[in-house]
Design a protein around this ligand. Structure first.
Ligand code: NAD
Ligand code: MN
Length: 485
């Protein structure tokens, strides 16, 4: 939508959606084929228009059992027997097909999720392909990864993912699992199943042996059936801390291996010697990228008091140029909020922020009248006790706090139950290294934010979960633990 405070207007630059072929209804992908589920069905919608996109099967316990059986058969008979070099060929093939069909994936992801095409095209889909290429390269080199000479797979992996990066989270889960010789049953989130179902077609196109990848759609009940299935050896979950805790309880006392990637409340720390213009870009990227639906979002800005006025003035000026609207428009910076539920949660926490005394500010923007929208928002005058400083909002809402000394910055940054990521902005290398050593966060970015690379491990401390995805470390959760490191 047009932003009236802009000095000039952009002409609309919509990406065509004709490249995607959305079917009226989808079955489950089990044993290499799309089959009808025995459960009910639900609808996935476009959050920017509320248009119904397709009817999706909700996998029942019996359907999940079929998928796990298919995965077990494929594991025992084919995939665990195949050489790493052969498995790698399939992964390279999948990576190349994703590149070939990149535009289709990008458009479909934008439609189903609401995120801007600029991000799906330039971040999500290229990073997905890179992830498959990266783990394809490990498949025949597992003996050199530091986990023993001949590390063995675990068996069947049950994987449950969220809606904020649907295809990217699928890649983070499936690529290392397959490279290590495991087979998978994966459930995408209920609001964003379409790119996972398109990925199932890619598995067919790549001639992946039936049962190596199974995609079952559904909501929390389907997820519960996967993680509690007795023949699943490994559970991998990304999503809320609340569900993560429920999963940890569900697998306690079994011999299942578990990795959990949960929420975050990252501090983005700007010291007084930081390059301010660059830091402002990093603050914007940290909290407004992907509508703030990012577990590692820089949702708490900690700015040194002496430069706070300057940083805030520049931040507000920059926020006035952000374009909120049609996800398929190539000029859009901020797309739709993924669901009515998530929008309600963002609104509720923002109202609490005001009620607790913080000052709310958004640039003027005309939001579309249908769909789910929230303007980029900052809260100043936030104290550590405020709920908007402690809880994950998971939307385009930034809480601004100030500090006087580096020690105070670290204390405030670490004063959270989470520990997924952090950012440090300063000219001094020594301050970066000191801060990184003090911050209790799995990833610390310096003079940048929200950078993702398949070679680099990602994961949390404390209530942000446990286990690492990405890099050599991302192989470990999918290999038998023989004590070697
Ligand atoms: P969620 O945890 O409810 O859902 C994530 C996935 O888990 C979905 O596929 C869902 O169907 C499934 N699921 C739900 N209940 C389950 C159960 N009992 N057993 C197994 N699987 C189950 O997350 P949400 O409702 O989509 O989002 C709620 C909050 O979670 C967000 O506001 C945000 O704070 C957080 N979140 C974090 C991330 C992240 O990347 N860390 C991603 C999405 C959401
Ligand atoms: Mn959807």
């Amino acid at each position: 939508m047009a932003n009236k405070s802009q000095p000039f207007e952009y002409a609309p630059a919509p990406e065509s959606r004709s490249i995607v072929d959305i079917k009226p209804s989808y079955g489950l992908f089990i044993n290499g084929e799309f089959v009808d589920g025995t459960g009910k069905s639900f609808k996935t919608i476009s959050p920017s228009t509320e248009e119904v996109l397709a009817e999706i099967s909700e996998a029942s316990d019996a359907d999940v059992d079929l998928a796990v059986k298919a995965a077990r058969r494929a594991y025992t008979r084919v995939w665990s027997k195949m050489s790493g070099a052969e498995r790698g060929k399939y992964l390279f093939r999948i990576a190349r097909i994703i590149q070939e069909r990149a535009r289709e994936f990008a458009v479909l992801e934008s439609i189903d999720n609401g995120k801007p095409i600029k991000e799906t095209r330039d971040v999500d889909v290229p990073t997905v392909a890179a992830h498959f290429f990266y783990y394809a390269g490990w498949a025949d080199k597992l003996g050199y990864a530091g986990y023993g000479d001949d590390p063995q797979p675990l068996g069947v992996a049950g994987q449950v993912i969220p809606w904020n990066f649907p295809l990217l989270m699928l890649a983070w889960k499936i690529a290392p699992a397959l490279a290590c010789g495991n087979t998978v049953v994966l459930k995408p989130a209920e609001t964003t199943p379409l790119t996972a179902l398109l990925f199932a077609e890619v598995c067919q196109q790549a001639d992946l042996p039936p049962g190596v990848v199974n995609i079952v759609t559904g909501a929390g009940g389907t997820g519960r059936a996967i993680v509690s299935h007795p023949d699943v050896n490994k559970v991998a979950f990304t999503g809320s801390t609340e569900v993560g805790k429920a999963i940890a309880r569900a697998v306690a006392g079994t011999d299942k291996r578990v990795t959990l990637e949960l929420g975050g409340k990252a501090a983005n720390i700007v010291f007084d010697d930081a390059p301010v213009d660059q830091a402002v870009e990093g603050i914007v990227n940290g909290i407004f990228f992907n509508q703030g639906h990012v577990c590692c979002a820089g949702s708490r800005l900690l700015v040194q008091e002496s430069i706070a006025d300057e940083v805030l003035a520049k931040l507000k000026r920059r926020m006035k140029t952000l374009r909120v609207g049609d996800p398929l428009d190539k000029n859009t910076d901020i797309g739709a909020i993924n669901s009515a539920e998530q929008l309600a949660k963002i609104r509720e926490l923002s109202e609490i922020g005001e009620a607790e005394g913080a000052e709310r500010w958004s640039p003027k923007c005309d939001l579309p009248s249908t769909g789910f929208w929230f303007p980029p928002t900052i809260f100043t005058g936030v104290s550590q006790a405020h709920r908007i400083a402690r809880e994950e909002i998971f939307g385009p809402v930034l809480s601004v706090l100030t500090f006087r000394t580096p020690k105070e910055a670290i204390e405030k940054a670490n004063n959270t139950p989470f520990g997924l990521s952090a950012g440090v902005w300063t000219e001094k290398g020594s301050l970066i290294l000191w801060a990184a050593s003090q911050l209790r966060a799995g990833v610390v970015w310096s003079n940048t934010f929200n950078r993702f690379d398949p070679a680099s491990p990602f994961g949390g401390y404390k209530e942000s979960g446990y286990g690492r995805e990405g890099g050599r470390h991302g192989l470990e959760p999918y290999l038998k633990n023989d004590g070697a490191r």
